[in-house]
Every structure is written in C-alpha cells, then in structure tokens.
Design a protein around this ligand. Structure first.
Ligand code: GMT
Length: 374
C-alpha cells in the first residue's frame, strides 16, 4: 500500500507513534510518505521505502500575514502528494488540524483519485485543544468525516464519544506500541557517568507541559532522595522547565537533578533507569511509560486517563491519584529498598511491554487500511 502520514514533527507522543508506525509499515513492504513541515524527530536518516515531503512555509514572511495559514499549505501538500504518488490512504495523527486538512485534501481529489482518510486521536487533541470553543465544531466535523477513526486507548475512545458525541463514528481503540528492538533491557549494565555508582536512577521524559505536572516529578524524587542516594534525569523541555528547576532548588535536591534537555533517543537512559516517574494530570496512553517498561523500568504514575490500561498497579508499576506525591514517594522508596520486589516488578514491566509490541499492534492498522479500502 502507499500510505501518507501527517503528524507533528516535534517532540511529543503523537509524532513519535506516527513515525514509528511509518517505519514499521515500511519494514513490512509498504511505501510511506510523511507530509509535514519538518522531518519528524524520530525519523533518523534513510529508511527504505520512506519519503518525506516538506510543507512549503516560505510565504510565512509575507507582510500581510500576521499568522501564516499553515493548514492551507498542508492541505495543498497532502493533495499534491496524494495525487502524484497515488496514495491509497492518508493517515493523520492528532486531529487538530490534521483531520481537517486531510478532509480538504480528499474533497479536492473528488472524482480524480479515491483517497481514504484515517484519523488517529492521541490525547490533548480530544481532552484539551479540540474542546476549545474555536476548534470544537471543526474538530467534531473532521472526525465524523474521516473514513475511519482510531484512538490510542479505550479511555480516549470513550472520552471522544463523551465530549464530541460523534454518533456516526465507529472509533476503534488501537493501543500504542513499542519497538522492542530498540526499547529493550540493558545487556551490559547502565550507562557510565549518568550518576554516581551508589545512586538509584529515576527518570522523567516529557515535553514539560502543564499536563505533565513536572513539579510533582521533583516532589516525588525529593522524597526518594531523602531516603537514599539517588539521581533524577529530566529529559525534554517545555514551558514548565523553569518551574521544575525552581522546585528542585527549593526542595534542596538540585544537585541530584540533571536536566538533559530534548533527546531524540532515550532508550539507553531508560535502560539505566530504576524507576520512571509520570505523574500527569491526564494521559490518554502514556507512550513514555511503555517505552520505559520495555527497557525494564517500573513506572510510578497517576491513575489517570489511559494509564491504567498500560500500568497494572502493584504488578508492573505504581499508580496513585493525581497530586498524591506523598503516596507516590512513599511507595517508590519501599520498592527501591526491596531489591527482590523491584526485580519482580521489573520483570513484569518487561513482560507487559511485550503485549504492546509492534508485531502485535501494527497489523491492526494494516487490517484497518484493508477494511477502509474495501
Ligand atoms: O503529551 C504529550 O507528550 C504529547 C501528546 C501528543 O499528542 O503529542 O501525547 C499524547 O499522545 C501520546 C501518543 O499517543 C500518548 O502516549 C500520550 O498519553 C498523549 N498525551 C496526553 O494525553 C497528555
């Protein structure tokens, strides 16, 4: 099949999933065309059967435009690529605005080329951004006009029905997946130099937006740090980074918190991690948690959104209500003080991640493409 994929190329879960999906589909012999304004951050170097089409944003400097109409440029590029490359399917990730531009591109092709549009909902496109009054009606319309819609968890599917109605859409939950060839337990110990040898390593990876509650990450870590030598790796960047840095200073743990900034690949850090912290306000799935589990790091997270579909409390991780830093910290300390229990949870986390392997999940998308194409 020839499949177009549009996603945000920036550091974030939806772009990561879309890119990993494209790469997996290409490995299975499909031809993949990424259409976006920059090369997706997980698309590293050449891959057989994968092409990147950059949306032209040069007119962005035209003096009349205070705000460049990117959505029009994207729809035009999707139309152009679909027509020229004879795409069977245009699979867009994150509804706002991609479901809308894909709808436009398909309408422009009417009578010329039978393009099918599939929209995958990822999280804040439904729980936050899509519900803003300026986006609500057009998001609902575009979802309803897609040829098929998927959500990355049962939680997100149900939330879409609750918030948007979408009576006519049959939203299929297809969970996120992990590339087990890259995200796997360490074979030769942990990375050198990350932390002193006697320190436990805790890690958080995100785009440091409000929804991630990065100050809670620091608060949980501070409780662990009081109980044992430990280092916290903060990977990523975003609007709340300064808040997290201040919190670390105020709690007197900044010496042991390392802000590493955005990294394109984190598998080696996760392989060195004893505990992954994800205390989000909401999380439709929690891809970062899954990737940590695949590398052998149990997760301390909130019982929010789709996280309970990934993490089994007390088995392969710890779940507590949003904001319960005391409970998360206490249970993290108990776990890290009990090597046998930690080893058990680590093994369970690795096993659980295999339920979300690319080999299990990617065929679900292929089946959907076949269904849509009749
Ligand atoms: O929140 C992020 O890190 C990015 C965001 C996105 O849409 O780019 O992530 C969402 O999609 C991920 C991939 O499907 C999910 O694993 C995340 O749980 C989800 N984030 C939220 O729901 C807050």
């Amino acid at each position: 099949m020839k499949i177009g994929i549009t996603c945000y190329p920036t550091y974030g879960g939806s772009g990561a999933v879309a890119t990993e999906l494209g790469l997996e589909l290409a490995r299975r012999g499909h031809e993949i065309h990424f259409i976006t304004y920059a090369s997706p951050f997980r698309l590293r170097g050449y891959a057989e059967g994968v092409y990147f089409h950059e949306v032209d944003t040069r007119m962005g400097r035209y003096p009349l435009f205070d705000h460049f109409p990117y959505t029009l440029a994207l729809a035009s590029k999707q139309h152009e690529v679909a027509m020229r490359e004879r795409l069977d399917v245009l699979h867009v990730h994150y509804a706002v605005p991609h479901a809308t531009t894909a709808y436009l591109a398909r309408e422009m092709l009417e009578g010329q080329w039978p393009l099918k549009v599939i929209t995958t909902l990822h999280g804040t496109d439904i729980t936050l951004v899509g519900q803003e009054s300026s986006f609500y009606a057009i998001t609902k319309f575009s979802i309803e006009r897609s040829d098929a819609v998927t959500a990355v968890s049962n939680f997100l599917r149900d939330e879409t029905h609750r918030a948007f109605g979408c009576g006519t859409c049959d939203i299929r939950a297809i969970p996120n997946f992990v590339n087990l060839a890259e995200y796997r337990p360490a074979v030769d110990g942990r990375c050198e130099g990350l932390a002193p040898d006697d320190h436990r390593i805790l890690t958080h990876v995100s785009n440091f937006r409000e929804v991630k509650r990065v100050r809670d990450v620091i608060r949980v870590f501070a409780r662990v740090r009081r109980a044992m030598p430990a280092t916290l790796l903060m990977v990523g960047d975003g609007p709340d980074r300064t808040d997290a840095e201040n919190e670390a200073r105020e709690l007197g743990v900044s010496e042991d918190v390392r802000f590493l900034g955005r990294l394109d690949t984190v598998a080696n850090l996760l392989q060195s991690t004893d505990l992954f912290i994800l205390p989000s306000q909401t999380e439709s799935f929690g891809l970062a948690a899954l990737e940590a589990m695949a590398c052998g790091a149990p997760v301390v997270a909130t019982r929010a959104g789709g996280l309970p579909e990934v993490v089994d409390d007390g088995v392969d991780g710890i779940l507590e209500p949003v904001g319960s830093v005391e409970a998360m910290g206490r249970r993290a300390v108990e776990l890290l003080r009990d090597p046998a229990r930690h080893a058990e949870m680590r093994a369970a986390a690795i096993a659980r991640a295999h339920d979300f392997s690319a080999d299990r999940i990617v065929p679900m998308y292929e089946a959907l493409y076949h269904e849509v194409l009749g």
